[in-house]
Write a protein that binds this ligand. Structure first.
Ligand SMILES: *Cc1c(COP(=O)(O)O)cnc(C)c1O
Length: 394
């Protein structure tokens, strides 16, 4: 038997920690284990490393280092931004605007806030998953305190009109938060030019370690804290800093932002070849925007079959892919993103997400293009939904 292939096409779920990032982190797990809050030299070495990472983040998104707060990842950052702004500004109003295609780490805190007496508007999207700036403008009221719209969608890769939405929020005096977890390291970002007041990012989506991220908070934003305790992160986020993780985040953001242009050129070429190859399969369609999408995202719907069963067969061929977000794939619920884009219920289940990365090769793409038509055919032969003309002749 030949050796089993291992083709990783699930970079939207997580990325491989880059060896240079691991090397940067290692000394902070072995030699330099001091607590950054300690006054002796040992602690100060750790503190310096944390402050250097803060600089690296600030440089990457165009903010001041004093506006960067380290957290335990994208989910914590989103929860903090939304609940923190809601509770600190509830005297002004209790209305929040978001979209129907956000990650669950935005949707669920918003739904929880409804149970606490807040009101949330979930804006619709068009068939490509785009939130129109006009719909944001139309939804803002006297009592609106926050708009939270993701930078780029994790399932379909659609990139939202962030600068336009930011300009509207600025003009109306409403805070603007963006979940940029899929965008950082992949799309150029400048929080000033884009009028962003709060931004969430997570290291493991750009070849950094898991369990570490940060929230950018513009200096004039009123925000309540989520984690009470010690005085870390300028008294806004308690807990001894995850020093190796933070060092890894800094190294990873530095590296991915400086390699972004070349990396995107290379990945996008592979993406377009993959899309073109897979759309030759009959009754298939691209989900998300044809051009306004992340350079690594391929999301294709195949009629008459279940995405879950495609995944299992792909896995047998050594290909790691996904149907949508990691959270939805465990629950077999139809993707709320595809439903919001108007994909009919009987078709949302047949979608496949392949997200490429720096390590993806021409050969990987050729292999997937070679394997998938047979898998789709096999599943269609078994499916009661398949029309006769698509079945293999007996
Ligand atoms: C992965 C992801 C998150 C969650 O980030 P974690 O660091 O895994 O908690 C939030 N939003 C989006 C868009 C994501 O892709």
């Amino acid at each position: 038997m030949s050796e089993k292939k291992c083709i990783y096409m699930d970079n939207a779920a997580t990325t491989k920690t880059h060896p240079d990032v691991v090397s940067a982190m290692l000394p902070y797990m072995t030699e330099y284990f001091g607590n950054p809050s300690s006054l002796y030299d040992f602690g100060q070495t750790s503190k310096k490393a944390v402050e250097r990472a803060r600089q690296q983040v600030a440089q990457a998104i165009g903010c001041g280092p004093e506006e960067v707060y380290f957290t335990a990842g994208g989910s914590e950052s989103n929860n903090w931004a939304i609940k923190g702004v809601a509770f600190a500004n509830q005297k002004k109003g209790k209305h929040i605007i978001t979209s129907s295609i956000e990650h669950h780490a935005v949707i669920h805190p918003c739904e929880w806030l409804v149970s606490q007496g807040f009101e949330v508007t979930f804006l619709p999207v068009d068939e490509y998953g785009i939130i129109s700036p006009e719909s944001v403008a139309g939804a803002i009221r006297e009592d609106t305190i926050l708009v939270s719209i993701m930078f780029a969608n994790n399932e379909i890769g659609t990139i939202e009109p962030i600068p336009e939405i930011g300009a509207i929020c600025k003009e109306k005096g409403v805070y603007f938060h963006t979940d940029a977890v899929q965008a950082v390291g992949h799309v150029p970002i400048n929080v000033d030019e884009m009028h962003i007041d709060l931004l969430s990012l997570s290291a493991h989506k750009f070849h950094g370690p898991k369990g570490v991220g940060c929230l950018y908070v513009r200096s004039n934003v009123k925000i309540e804290r989520l984690i009470h305790g010690g005085g870390q992160e300028r008294k806004r986020r308690a807990g001894t800093e995850h020093v190796p993780g933070i060092v890894g985040l800094g190294a990873a953001i530095d590296r991915s932002v400086s390699l972004m242009y070349e990396s995107n050129m290379q990945i996008q070429k592979l993406r377009d070849r993959l899309i073109e190859g897979l759309l030759t399969i009959p009754h298939s369609r691209l989900n998300g925007h044809p051009t306004n999408r992340l350079s690594n995202n391929v999301n294709i719907m195949f009629e008459f079959i279940e995405g879950e069963s495609i995944l299992l067969l792909l896995n047998q061929y050594g290909i790691a892919a996904s149907t949508g977000s990691a959270c939805t794939s465990a629950s077999l619920e139809p993707s709320h993103v595809l439903v919001a884009c108007g994909v009919p219920h009987d078709r949302v289940h047949g979608s496949l997400r392949l997200t490429l990365g720096e390590e993806t090769t021409e050969e990987d793409v050729s292999y997937v293009i070679e394997i998938l038509p047979g898998i789709v055919k096999r599943l269609r032969d078994m499916s009661p939904l398949t029309p006769d003309e698509l079945r293999s002749k007996k």
